[in-house]
Design a protein around this ligand. Structure first.
Ligand SMILES: C[S@@+](CC[C@H](N)C(=O)[O-])C[C@H]1O[C@@H](n2cnc3c(N)ncnc32)[C@H](O)[C@@H]1O
Length: 271
């Protein structure tokens, strides 16, 4: 089994996506889409951005490596009567079957950054996007204390055995030099790439930060793996405490619920 696929099919990411809907909609709104476009949402999950894109009238193809999330996305599309929105299984490292220059916009919000071969990912995103079109990525930022998921993953991985040799951290997609190098190898000059910091919110009106972390423990593949490793090494309580402390410190809500702002790098490539 492909470990990248196994990681994201583990648990149930739809439970985490539920905290991300508002900001997903805000990201889509901020794209300023005014004409009907053909959009690829890469690493789309169950449609946090794909559904609002389709509601704007775009024809949207969501591609994701996790079968359970593709199924959940297609169910959401059917329930919302969105017949120009389809979800399909695929790997951002190799979008075989997707035609060259077939999308006006390729969007990937915390999706393609998790694919293991970043140079191939950049090449594929450029290949399938039309000349004159754009690629927009949302990426977590390493070593930024306000980039919540990057901190959560840093804590999680410190409880796990080291990754296999040759593993490239997804967080490198949050570093300008890597982005320029990857798109550069795909033939895009750096003048065509812009990067700006933005904020994404994880919102749960009915969960405390402790309950919010419990959801990651139960449903989010990378955190589930960290707890499994911590069980073996007898460090579960320490892992739990560090994650709860992170959520509590980042939480901006004062009524017992959870609202965590998370800084991310928004990358726009104008082809
Ligand atoms: C953090 S989730 C984000 C999902 C969605 N974009 C959202 O904002 O809710 C990461 C997503 O990337 C997908 N993914 C990871 N590696 C992938 C790959 N190689 N190709 C396509 N999708 C991938 C996962 O299955 C998962 O749905």
């Amino acid at each position: 089994m492909n470990p990248n696929k196994a990681l994201w099919e583990k648990g149930d990411f739809t439970e985490i996506a539920a905290f991300m809907r508002q900001s997903g909609e805000a990201v889509v709104k901020s794209l300023g889409i005014t004409t009907p476009l053909r959009v690829l949402d890469l690493g789309c999950g169950d449609g946090t951005t794909a559904v609002p894109l389709a509601l704007l009238g775009a024809e949207v193809v969501g591609i994701d490596i996790a079968k359970n999330l593709v199924d959940a996305g297609n169910k959401r599309a059917a329930e919302a009567g969105l017949n120009k929105l389809t979800f399909q299984e695929g790997d951002a490292c190799n979008l075989q079957g997707v035609s060259d220059h077939s999308f006006d916009l390729t969007l990937s919000v915390f999706g393609a950054m998790f694919a293991p071969k970043p140079f191939d990912v950049a090449k594929e995103m450029v290949r399938v996007t039309k000349p004159g079109g754009r690629i927009v990525m949302g990426n977590w930022i390493p070593n930024d204390p306000t980039s919540f998921v990057s901190q959560l993953l840093k804590i999680s991985s410190s409880f796990m055995p080291p990754p296999p040799e040759g593993f490239i951290s997804p967080m490198t997609w949050g570093v300008d030099t890597h982005i320029i190098e990857r798109f550069g190898q795909a033939g895009v000059p750096k003048e065509k790439i812009s990067m700006v910091k933005d904020t994404f919110y994880f919102i749960s009106p009915d969960k405390s930060p402790t309950q919010f972390i419990e959801s990651f423990r139960q449903f989010y593949g990378p955190t589930m793996n960290a707890f499994e490793a911590a069980e073996k090494s007898g460090t579960v309580e320490e892992l739990h405490n560090q994650l709860v402390e992170l959520a509590k410190t980042q939480n901006k809500s004062t009524d017992g619920s959870t609202s965590i702002p998370a800084t991310f790098l928004r990358v726009t490539v104008n082809l």
